[in-house]
Each structure stands twice: as C-alpha cells, then as structure tokens.
Design a protein around this ligand. Structure first.
Ligand SMILES: [Fe+2]
Length: 385
C-alpha cells in the first residue's frame, strides 16, 4: 500500500533505544515482502517475535488437479460449497496455477484458538456475505459485504465473524498484489483518472497490544503445507509500528466506474494487478451513451488469459442463467462472448446493476475435484441457439 501509516507508540528515530516502562527494550522488527527493497513496516514488540516453542505436525493442503488441461468454458455453482466451522478448512480451492489459487469459503466460526500466516502468498479476500473484523498484528479492519481485504504475505492474523452466514472469494497470490500502476504517479499517489483513491481505503485501526506469555499456535502456510508452530508470546504484542506494508480494505461499492459513448474494455474495471493476473470490479453503472451503441460486450478472443468471473449481485447483462455466487471460467484459447439474445437485448438500456469480480490469469488454470463437483457440465454449449 503506497501510503504511509502508523499506529501506537514508536521511537522518534528508527533503530534506536526504545524502552518499556520497566526499563527493558522493545524488540524492533522490519517487515517487508520483497527483501529490503519493497514496501516495509517497522514494528515494536513487547517480546521477541522469534520465540518458537514447538514445531508440530504439518499437513499437506496443496490443491490437486482433476482437470489439468482445460479447454471447456465452465460454470461453477459457488454457493453449493458447503459451510464448515473452521475458517482454514472451509477454504476450498476451485481453480489454480503456480501464480494464484482461487478458493471459495463459507466459514461458520471465527478463528479463536489459533492464528494464521500465509508465508508464500498475498491473500485477497472478497466478502460476499458476512461482517466481522480482520485482526492482525498491525491493527484491525472491520469488513462487510463488498469489501476486498488485501493481506500481505507474512501477516499474522485472525478473522472474527459476527454470524455464521459467511461467503468469501479468496485469491492467494504468489506475486504481490498492488493497485494498477497506471493509476499511480511516480510517488505512488493515485491519480485523478483512477476509479478510486486513498480516501477509499480502510487502513488498520485499533491496535491491540497483548502482553501475554504462554502457548500460542500459529498455523503457517508454506510450500503447500500447513505447519503448526507454538510460540511463547502472543503474536499481537506490537505497541506501535509505521511504514507502508500492512493489510488494507477496499469496498467494491467505492469503485467509481469509467463509462463511455461506446463499450469500454475490461481494463477500465481493473482494481488490482500482479505480474501474473489482474482483478477487475464490474459495478452498477450507466451504459454507453452513443445513440447506436451496443452496451453488451463484443465477442473476444482471450487467447492469452483464463477469465474467471465471480457473480456477486444484480443481473449480469451478457449472461443467461447466472445466479449469485456462480463462477464462470472462460479458458484461454477459445473466444467467448455474450449469450444469444443478450447482445440485442442490451441495446437501448440505460444502466446495469451488475456486480461481479473478475480474475484474469495469464497462465492456464487447473481445476480441482471440488470445482468439478459444482460444475454445471453444460455451460460450454450455452452459446448454441
Ligand atoms: Fe470476457
């Protein structure tokens, strides 16, 4: 996040003496995700962040491909993914490659008896249903319907839900997730033509400092394994921090759509970028206003990317028989476009209420058994008259 932020108490100069009330020193930790080169934060702990007590069992959680070489367009009925109590167990990978794992989750319970850290991947959570609080070592972010939460790799966190009715779309990205570079100036500030700006971001607040020793389980995801580590101090023992590397939220409802006289291409909906995929937000907007315009998209050849659309709300203008929580997959290699009738029906319409999240991956996605279990099996023929 190219925006300086600080919470709690920090010393006036970095890497200098910073004492606790009892005269002992705080423990400074530099926290970046690209060596000493990318954005980083400096945090000050009450206890050493290195006090591992035990390393327990590891569990293989790597996704397994049922379809490795996919050429079919597919439709996954996302809300058929069963709710589960535990947050991590509820995360069900649907589509994946070496760059990104795309999961659906319907967790019922908050994380209370462990903390979680993804050591390999930045995580993007999209909240389709549910409210709650993302609790991290750098502060808390309240979330609600429509929020994206960006959690940089290495961020120890817990998620607390207000109820058992939760539906999440999750992208684990093995490349850093940023806002699009073309919307930022050379200092990182979002420019006037960006569909969102700094005021729209939810930054961590309410830094809670726990001065507790004991047994604290942190489940660390690394190389497809979930490792159980027991630490001797509470991981949320930070008294203060500052910097640029921290989790943040952004509501899809704050994405200001870019519209035009004729159909605008998908990049105008772009919200996040990585070196291996992009995330776009399709939000309610006025349609194209050229008197002869066709608002529905033209057929397009996505020869170089797999297109994943997650349908959130509203009527999706170019699709038939689409419901909330559905995922359509249009694989690279074959063109796709609006369904029969939708192209013509869009003419003369003044606005759309569609709300959807798109993830376009630059390398092909593999499909898990969990995805095949909710695949409608006939979507690839749905363009026949
Ligand atoms: Fe498309």
């Amino acid at each position: 996040m190219p925006l300086y932020h600080k919470l709690g108490k920090i010393p006036p100069k970095r890497h200098t003496i910073f004492k606790k009330k009892d005269g002992s020193l705080h423990y400074e930790q530099l926290f970046g995700t690209i060596g000493f080169d990318g954005m980083s934060s400096l945090m000050y702990h009450l206890h050493r962040p290195t006090m591992v007590k035990e390393v327990g069992k590891s569990f293989d959680v790597s996704p397994k491909a049922m379809v490795s070489h996919n050429i079919k367009s597919r439709l996954l009925k996302g809300f058929e993914v069963k709710p589960m109590n535990d947050y991590l167990e509820s995360r069900t990978v649907m589509l994946f490659n070496s760059d990104v794992h795309i999961s659906l989750a319907a967790p019922k319970k908050s994380m209370t008896d462990y903390f979680y850290k993804n050591a390999d991947a930045d995580e993007m959570l999209f909240i389709h249903k549910g409210t709650g609080v993302l609790k991290t070592m750098l502060g808390e972010i309240k979330f609600e319907y429509g929020d994206y939460l960006i959690i940089p790799r290495g961020m120890i966190h817990q998620i607390s839900f207000d109820s058992e009715e939760n539906r999440l779309l999750i992208a684990e990205s093995y490349h850093p997730i940023y806002t699009p570079k073309r919307y930022r100036n050379w200092f990182g500030q979002h420019l006037e033509h960006s569909p969102f700006c700094e005021r729209d971001f939810k930054l961590p607040q309410n830094l809670q400092t726990h001065d507790e020793l004991g047994d604290f389980v942190i489940k660390v995801k690394k190389q497809g394994q979930l490792h159980h580590l027991v630490y001797a101090s509470h991981p949320f023992d930070v008294v203060g921090w500052d910097g640029y590397n921290y989790p943040y939220g952004f509501s899809i409802h704050n994405f200001e759509p870019i519209t035009g006289r004729v159909h605008q291409p998908p990049p105008v909906h772009q919200t996040f970028e990585t070196s291996a995929f992009v995330v776009c937000s399709f939000v309610p907007r006025l349609y194209d206003y050229h008197p002869q315009s066709i608002p529905a998209p033209y057929n397009h050849s996505n020869i170089d990317s797999d297109e994943v659309l997650y349908y959130v709300d509203g009527d999706f203008m170019s699709r038939k028989n689409i419901d909330k929580g559905y995922i359509s997959l249009h694989p690279a290699g074959i063109p796709h476009g609006p369904h029969p009738g939708t192209y013509e029906a869009s003419i003369g319409k003044s606005k759309t209420e569609e709300l959807a999240v798109m993830i376009d991956t630059f390398r092909p996605l593999q499909i898990t058994k969990a995805a095949m279990d909710i695949d409608d099996g006939k979507y690839y023929r749905s363009w026949l008259e």
